[in-house]
Design a protein around this ligand. Structure first.
Ligand code: AGP
Length: 615
C-alpha cells in the first residue's frame, strides 16, 4: 500500500517526513515524493526508487527548509512507477498539492470533464485528477480548501486516505478517509498525519484515527476539526493514548505479517474486484480482457504457467474456466514448461500468474511462449514488475504488498481475478445461464464477508493446531475445486512449520497414500457440502477405519462429517466454484498456528525467499 506522512509545526518538516516515510517502507512501494513549504514557496521533489533516493534528489534540487510538508511512498495501482506518476500531485495552477493512498474508481469521466474545461494532466494517476477537481470546485464555488475537498470527495467513488495543501491557505492541511487508514498525531504545537502511527510515535503518543467518511482540518493554532464528508456534521475526535511499539504498529497490531495478510484478505478481495465488478448489473469491466476479448474467445486452449502457490491458483482456474467457460485449460509448472519444448503457438493464450511478477521461471516461460506466437496475459500483484511489463496484457491483483514469504492474500486475490475472467468469458459465450451467472456474481461479492466469518474461528483453529503441532507428517485431501486447495494447504504447512505434508485428490487415497494412515497421521480434508460430497465422506470413513486423525473443513451445520471427524472447522455455505477462496483460510490459519507453536520464523521461513528471481 502507499505510505503517507504530513507535518505541520515548529520542527523542520523535511527530516520528520523522510524518517517517517522510511518507517512506512515495510508497506512496499516503488516511488516516493515530498512537498515542502517554508512560508514563501512550494517545493516538490519526487522520484522512482527508494526514500533514500528521494532525500538525495530533494537536497540536490532545492533547500529543504520548511515548517510544513507532505510526503508519500507510492505502491502503483494506476500508472506505472516513474517520477511523473509519483506523489505529491499538483493542480494545474501548482497551488494545490495532494498525496493519496487508495483507488478513485470514477477518475476517468472526471478527467474528461476537467479536460473539456481546459485542465491538462502530466501523469497517469487518479490522484492528479482528484487534486484538479478540488481546485476546479474551489474556484467555481469560491469556497475554502476544507469545503472544496469535502465537495470533491462527495463526487468521487472509491477508496482514499488523502492529504491536501493549498498555498493560498498555507497554515492548513486537510485530510479525508474512506477505506484507507489515516492517523493524526497531536503533539505540543505540532501535528502529524500518516498512514499509521509509526512515523510519529517517537514524537507523540496522542493519535486521532479518522473513521471512514470523515475528514479533518488541521491548523497550527487550532484544535483538529473533524467532520463528516457527507454532510459536514462536526465530530468530536477521540484522542488515543498509544501504547504500541513501532514493530507492533508496522504489523498493524498483529504478531506477524503473515497473520496480518490473512486478515487482510476480505479487503484485498474487495479491492481486487472494486471498479471491475458491478454486483447490481452483473457487469464485469477489465481493460486487459475487454481489449483482447477475441484472443480469449477464439483461443484453442489456455495454458497457465506459474510456480508454487500461484500454480495452485492456476489449478483452480483450470476448474473454473473449463466448468464455466468451456475453454480447454492446461496448467504447467513454469520451470518445466520453459524447458520441455512444448507445443504452443499462435491461437494459444498463456496466462502467467505471479505475486511478485519477478519469478525467473515464470518470466522465462512467458518469453518462450511469446517467441512461439502465443498471446500472453499476466496476473500480477506488483505494478510495473518484470512479468507485468513482459506480457501483452494483464490484470493486477490489488492485494497490496505481501510481506510474509508464505503467500496468502495473493492466492485468494489471484483466484478473484481468474474468477472474474472466467465469468466474463462464460457470459460472452453464453456457456452458463443468466441466472447462474447472476448467482455466481452475487456469490463472489459475498466472499469477503464469508472470510470475515471464517476468521472468527481462529481461536478454535489454534486449539486444533495445539493437538497436531508435533506431527512429523500430514496429508491434505480435497476433490474438485478443492483439490488445489489441498495442495495449497500442504504447501503452507511445510513451508512455515517444516512438517512434511502432501496434498492429494481425495480419491487418490486408494492408489497408495492410504498405506501411510495410522493414529499418528493427521489428515486435513476439505469436505464442503457441494460437488462430490458423498464421495469425500466415503474417503473420510476409509481414513477413520484406519485410525487416521481427521480435521475437516465443512459447510456450517454439517453434522454428518462432524460425527466422523476428530475436528471440524465450519465455513458458510458457498458454491463449489467459489469455495477455494473460503476453504483456504482455515488451512492458512492452521499452518500459521502450528508453525508458531513450533517456534518457527513464520514471516521468513528457513531456506525460502519471497521472490525466486533465480533458477
Ligand atoms: C508460496 O507461499 C511461496 N511463497 C512460493 O511458492 C510462491 O508462491 C512462488 O515462489 C511463486 O511466487 P510468485 O507468485 O511471486 O511468482
Amino acid at each position: 500500500m502507499c505510505g503517507i506522512v504530513g507535518y505541520l509545526g515548529s520542527r523542520e518538516a523535511f527530516p520528520v517526513i523522510i524518517k517517517g516515510l522510511q518507517r512506512l517502507e515495510y508497506r512496499g512501494y516503488d516511488s516516493a515524493g515530498v512537498m515542502l513549504y517554508d512560508g514563501s514557496e512550494v517545493r516538490v521533489s519526487k522520484t522512482q526508487g527508494k526514500v533514500f533516493d528521494l532525500k538525495t534528489k530533494a537536497e540536490g534540487e532545492h533547500n529543504t527548509k520548511g515548517f510544513l510538508g507532505i510526503g508519500h511512498t507510492r505502491w502503483a495501482t494506476h500508472g506505472v512507477p516513474n517520477d511523473v506518476n509519483a506523489h505529491p500531485h499538483q493542480s494545474n495552477s501548482g497551488r494545490i498539492v495532494a498525496i493519496h493512498n487508495g483507488i478513485i474508481e470514477n477518475y476517468a469521466p472526471i478527467q474528461q470533464t476537467l479536460e473539456k474545461r481546459g485542465y491538462t494532466f502530466q501523469s497517469d494517476t487518479d490522484t492528479e485528477v482528484l487534486v484538479n477537481l478540488i481546485e476546479e470546485i474551489q474556484i467555481k464555488e469560491e469556497v475554502s480548501l476544507t469545503k472544496a475537498v469535502r465537495l470533491a470527495l462527495n463526487e468521487v467513488v472509491g477508496a482514499y486516505a488523502l492529504v491536501v495543501f493549498d498555498a493560498s491557505d498555507p497554515s492548513t492541511l486537510v485530510t479525508g478517509r474512506m477505506g484507507s487508514p489515516l492517523a493524526i498525531g497531536v503533539g505540543e504545537n505540532e501535528f502529524f498525519v500518516s498512514s499509521d502511527a509509526s512515523p510519529f510515535i517517537e514524537f507523540t503518543s496522542n493519535a486521532i484515527y479518522l473513521e471512514d467518511g470523515e475528514m479533518a482540518t488541521i491548523r497550527l493554532d487550532k484544535e483538529v476539526a473533524v467532520r463528516k464528508i457527507a454532510n459536514e456534521k462536526k465530530v468530536n475526535p477521540f484522542i488515543h493514548e498509544l501504547q504500541l511499539s513501532l514493530d507492533e504498529i508496522e504489523k498493524g497490531g498483529y504478531d506477524h505479517f503473515m497473520l496480518k495478510e490473512i486478515y487482510e484478505q476480505p479487503k484485498a478481495i474487495r479491492d481486487t474486484y472494486r471498479g471491475r465488478l458491478n454486483v447490481e448489473s452483473g457487469l464485469i469491466k477489465m481493460a486487459g480482457i475487454d481489449n483482447q476479448l477475441d484472443k480469449f474467445l477464439n483461443a484453442k486452449r489456455i495454458i497457465i504457467a506459474a510456480c508454487g502457490t500461484s500454480w495452485h491458483a492456476g489449478l483452480v482456474a483450470e476448474y473454473i474456466f473449463e466448468d464455466l467457460a468451456r475453454i480447454p485449460v492446461e496448467v504447467e509448472y513454469a520451470s518445466e514448461f520453459r524447458y520441455r519444448n512444448p507445443v504452443i503457438g499462435p491461437g494459444d493464450v498463456l496466462i502467467a500468474i505471479s505475486q511478485s511478477g519477478e519469478t525467473a521461471d515464470t518470466l522465462a516461460a512467458i518469453k518462450m511462449a511469446k517467441s512461439r506466437g502465443a498471446f500472453v496475459f499476466g496476473v500480477c500483484n506488483v505494478v510495473g514488475s518484470s512479468i507485468a511489463r513482459e506480457t501483452h496484457a494483464g490484470a493486477y491483483t490489488h492485494a497490496g504488498p505481501e510481506i510474509g514469504v508464505a503467500s496468502t492474500k495473493a492466492f485468494t486475490t489471484q483466484i478473484t481475478v481468474l474468477t472474474l475472467i472466467a465469468l466474463k468469458l462464460a457470459k460472452e459465450k453464453a456457456t452458463i445461464s443468466d441466472s447462474e451467472y447472476a448467482h455466481l456474481v452475487k456469490g463472489l461479492a459475498s466472499i469477503p464477508s464469508h472470510i470475515e466469518t471464517v476468521l472468527q474461528s481462529e481461536a478454535a483453529i489454534k486449539e486444533i493446531a495445539e493437538v497436531y503441532h508435533q506431527s512429523t507428517n500430514s496429508l491434505y485431501l480435497g476433490r474438485g475445486y478443492n483439490f488445489p486447495v489441498a495442495l495449497e494447504g500442504a504447501l503452507k504447512l511445510k513451508e512455515i512449520s517444516y512438517i512434511h505434508a502432501e496434498g492429494y485428490p481425495a480419491a487418490e487415497m486408494k492408489h497408495g497414500p492410504i498405506a501411510l494412515i495410522d493414529e499418528s497421521m493427521p489428515v486435513f480434508v476439505v469436505a464442503i457440502r457441494k460437488g462430490h460430497y458423498e464421495k469425500v465422506v466415503s474417503n473420510i470413513q476409509e481414513i477413520k477405519s484406519r485410525k487416521g486423525k481427521i480435521i475437516a473443513v465443512v459447510t456450517k451445520g454439517d453434522n454428518q462429517v462432524a460425527e466422523l471427524a476428530d475436528h471440524c472447522i465450519e465455513i458458510p455455505e458457498i458454491e463449489e466454484s467459489l469455495s477455494p477462496m473460503l476453504t483456504t483460510t482455515p488451512l492458512q490459519l492452521l499452518s500459521y498456528h502450528i508453525a508458531i507453536l513450533r517456534g518457527c520464523n513464520v514471516d521468513q521461513p528457513r531456506n525460502l525467499a519471497k521472490s525466486v528471481t533465480v533458477e
